[in-house]
Ligand binder design. Structure first.
Ligand code: GLV
Ligand code: MN
Ligand code: MN
Length: 421
């Protein structure tokens, strides 16, 4: 029988990690390999070592803390999440899965008998695309979807390559060729995360079990019109890049509203207007497009329609529109075997739950390419996330950690069959 998670531990770890913050005046910002992010890595590694876990890192900076099982030759069970953030974020996104995993391992280590399989807690590098414009760098590389060449091409806003930054921090010597994880070499993985939607909060439920994870497709779009005088250029003569961008954005929104998929979202979150002056018709507009869907085919249909809209707007407005694809990721169905294990743990603990879709993506999206995965959600107040207003009660996190710890223990003590069975 496992003890219950200690709320004080969770609070202390979450608040301590939140001290590593480059925007303490407005939310939390911890961007990959900035001084605060590096400090947060050092902190969590030290906390892992305090629990006598075996800590190591790979060539992209994923951190692994291993609780060795009695049969370490068996495929291990994984858990973990991320500690980097978007700009001006909250303090729970990702961090809950890391410190929740740490608390789960602490509880499991209190048992007299170690589990059969090893359990590995992982801090994945840069789940957020904040620095290099591409999400899930660590787990993407594990899945073999981020090549060495990609790492030389990914640039931050100062022109640094990911490969260069990894080199300067000494990670490269851990061997890029050892990054990809072989299919079948991990027994199963469970990630604890805040919901980032308001379903659990609204329904008063403590736990969500994720049945499928939406995957993003991201574009940078460049609209080229003609910069000109706001008063002197008549409405028929102008080639307004901003209005064309707006029309494309609204077409995108309409396509998402009309989607027949169970869950589709679209977002234009970044816009750059040139020259950005009140009395000048914008000549160039660059903006981002984020399209998510739980169904890959539906997403592809939407993208096909969007491309038709691009052609129509180009000809009607006499502008040029360039869509630069950043990533086109595949949604993930979670593993029914692990879902059932989580459900049984909830039932045995008297915890109410529901199955749900994750609209946000997670490292589990990529871990799921080489291992069976599932996720445990805890409620987000009013569904707000990626905002300083993000909040999850510590009591709710503790419930999620109890479910996580018991699920990991059950999986780690299952020797026969596979989590897929
Ligand atoms: C991850 O943070 C996402 O944008 O879903
Ligand atoms: Mn996030
Ligand atoms: Mn996250």
């Amino acid at each position: 029988m496992l003890n219950h998670a200690e709320i004080d531990n969770l609070k202390n770890w979450i608040e301590s990690i939140n001290e590593f913050n480059s925007t303490p005046e407005f939310g939390t910002t911890r961007v990959l390999f900035t001084p605060v992010e590096i400090q947060s890595r050092e902190y969590i590694k030290a906390e892992m070592k305090k629990l006598n876990l075996n800590v190591h890192e790979d060539a992209i900076g994923n951190i692994y803390a291993v609780l060795e099982g009695r049969n370490p030759q068996l495929e291990p069970v994984w858990t973990g999440s991320h500690i980097d953030s978007v700009l001006n974020a909250g303090m729970f996104d990702g961090v809950v899965g890391v410190v929740g995993g740490l608390e789960a391992l602490r509880l499991i280590m209190q048992l007299e008998v170690r589990p059969e399989r090893s359990i590995v807690l992982i801090v994945y590098t840069s789940e957020e695309p904040t620095r290099f414009g591409l999400s899930c760098l660590g787990s993407r590389a594990m899945a073999g979807r981020l090549t060495k060449e990609d790492m030389h091409q990914l640039l931050d806003k100062d022109g640094n390559t990911l490969a260069g930054v990894l080199d300067s921090l000494g990670y490269s010597r851990n061997g890029f060729e050892r990054l990809a994880v072989a299919r079948g070499s991990v027994y199963g993985a469970v990630e604890l995360h805040i919901e980032q939607n308001g379903v659990l909060d609204k329904e008063g439920l403590p736990v969500g079990i994720v049945k499928a994870i939406c995957a993003p497709t991201n574009y940078m779009v460049e609209v080229q019109g003609c910069q000109s005088h706001a008063g002197g250029t008549s409405m028929t003569a102008r080639r307004d890049a901003y209005m064309a961008a707006c029309e494309l954005a609204l077409s995108l929104e309409k396509l998402a509203r009309e989607s027949l998929s169970e869950y589709t979202t679209v977002t234009v979150g970044w816009v750059d207007v040139v020259p950005n002056a009140v009395n000048v018709i914008p000549g160039t507009v660059r903006f981002s497009i984020d399209i998510r869907d739980v169904d890959f085919q539906s997403k592809n249909i939407l993208i096909g329609r969007l491309e038709e809209e691009v052609g129509r707007i180009e000809s009607v407005r006499n502008v040029k529109i360039r869509m630069i694809l950043q990533n086109h990721d595949i949604p993930m169905k979670c593993d029914e075997g692990i879902i059932k294990t989580i459900e049984n743990v909830c039932l045995s603990q008297g915890i109410d739950y529901r199955r749900m879709i994750s609209g946000a993506y997670h490292d589990s999206l990529f871990v799921g390419e080489f291992a069976p995965v599932a996720m445990i959600f805890v409620p987000s107040k009013k569904g707000i996330s990626h905002s300083p207003d993000e909040w999850t009660d510590y009591e709710d996190i503790a419930v999620g950690v109890d479910i996580l710890a018991n699920t990991l223990l059950t999986m780690a003590n299952t020797i026969e069959g596979s989590a897929n069975a």
